[in-house]
Design a protein around this ligand. Structure first.
Ligand code: FAD
Length: 405
């Protein structure tokens, strides 16, 4: 019979790990495996806030696909996915259209701006390598410009981060590391710089315990971060951000608004006509789309609920990586006629870094970690991933080994 054509869209956490597993599980005569990704590199999305602050060069975060995938076994296409046509079982790319028998959609996330005026046009996001290095350059350029303008413009030195969730806090923590160095480099007094976090709800880091929230707040405030909670962003302009607090409109002059208050699934998923909830596909237990037996959806494009509470799991790299085992197994079963397994997430914990080798963590729902212990836990999990992805050589090249300082 004809070889089955497996197509994997996206080489993020979910896509690349699924591809890696399939290249091991299937032999060449059984199936054709094709991986499509917009770049010829995979990146550690969980390090993008460091790239965007300039505390870690983006080359550390990216990994050449050819270094971790066997291109004799996998057909790699570097192209942009434009749309999926489930009825025709094809995917339209910028430069060609390809067919599939089995499709894995792992196209990740994009920023959600909720229609707030000006955000789309004027705010920066931290969503991929391109946006992260643009933001890093922009920060530096504004510091460089400051002394070159006759009329000093404080908006160049004010940085506003919208969103006190995971990404917003991790980013502002890195900024708190980076700003003192930029100040030294560009002869700017640190007291002239403002780092402001705007959060709409009454508290930052909504999923953490109160003690950890207080710890994080104190750690960041001690390094110059200002928190404004209960602040609802109304509009972003090139030179200011406008928000409402206690029924009053306020504004901060800034050339740098960073929008970190929301992510959504890649909009290609919704445009494909798949059944979605808030842009995500609520997949069956075996990770397939409800209406198509040959389409798997994973990572940030998939919605999975905690069976005990009914609430969706937050989108994380951790879940995307865990899903890759089940998706690969189930793809193989479709080809060999075996049983399909159900995906059951194992939440290991959440660790938010605060910069400066500080972090807060909740592990196994019970234990709280803070400071260097939380940082070490984060480094260990990141290193473990690199080891799985590219073995010892990748770990030595890209791993983080500064555990205790
Ligand atoms: P992604 O990793 O987003 O991969 C999607 C891939 O698809 C990318 O390679 C992209 O280039 C490619 N792609 C997108 N569109 C197209 C297209 N049209 N055509 C071709 N290719 C395309 N999670 C954690 O578990 N722990 C953390 O500590 C953590 N920290 C984070 C910190 C930051 C700053 C951010 C932004 C996120 C963090 N996350 C964290 C969340 C985590 O990064 C995501 O949940 C995870 O990346 C989702 O994995 P994925 O495989 O679904 O998609």
């Amino acid at each position: 019979h004809k070889k089955k054509n497996i197509v994997i869209l996206g080489a993020g956490y979910g896509g690349i790990m699924t591809t890696k597993k399939l290249q091991k599980m299937l032999r060449g005569h059984e199936a054709e495996i094709t991986l499509v990704n917009i770049n010829d590199y995979h990146y550690q999305a969980t390090w993008l806030h460091e790239n965007a602050a300039g505390t870690l060069h983006h080359d550390r975060s990216r990994v050449d696909i050819k270094d971790v995938i066997d291109l004799d076994k996998v057909n790699f296409i570097k192209d942009r996915v434009l749309c999926i046509k489930p009825e025709k079982k094809t995917v339209k790319l910028e430069r060609q259209e390809i067919g599939y028998d089995i499709l894995v959609v792992a196209l990740g996330f994009e920023a959600a701006t909720f229609g707030i005026p000006g955000l789309e046009e004027h705010a920066f996001t931290i969503s991929d390598i391109n946006s992260a290095r643009l933001l890093r350059e922009h920060l530096e350029y504004n510091f460089a410009l400051y002394h070159n303008e006759r009329e000093k413009n404080s908006a160049r030195l004010n940085i506003v981060v919208g969103g006190g969730g995971f990404t917003g806090i991790e980013y502002i923590g890195e900024l708190a590391n980076r700003i003192p160095r930029l100040c030294e480099e560009y002869d700017i007094e640190k007291s002239q710089v403002r780092m402001i976090n705007l959060e709409a709800t009454p508290s930052i880091l909504p999923n953490f315990d109160q003690q950890l929230i207080e710890y994080a707040t104190n750690s960041l405030e001690a390094r110059g971060v200002e928190f404004i909670t209960g602040a609802v962003v109304k509009e972003c302009r090139p030179d200011r951000i406008i928000y409402e607090k206690d029924g009053k409109e306020e504004e901060v002059p800034t050339m740098t608004t960073v929008w970190a208050a929301g992510v959504k699934a890649n909009s290609i998923v919704e445009k494909a006509g798949l059944e979605t909830i808030h842009g995500k596909v609520e997949v069956r237990k075996d990770m397939r789309a409800p209406e198509y037996d040959e389409i798997f959806v994973m990572g940030d494009c998939a919605l999975i609920r905690n069976p005990d509470t009914g609430t969706p799991y937050p989108p994380t790299a951790q879940i995307a990586i865990q899903q890759s085992s089940i998706v690969a197994h189930n793809v193989r079963s479709l080809i060999h006629g075996g049983e399909l397994k159900d995906f059951k997430p194992t939440p290991l914990g959440t660790i938010a870094s605060l910069g400066n080798n500080d972090a807060v963590a909740t592990v196994f729902h019970r234990y709280q970690l803070r400071g260097w212990k939380a940082t070490a836990a984060k480094r260990l999990s990141e290193n473990r991933y690199l080891l799985k992805l590219g073995g010892v050589s990748l770990l030595m090249k890209k791993g983080k080994f500064n555990f205790f300082y």
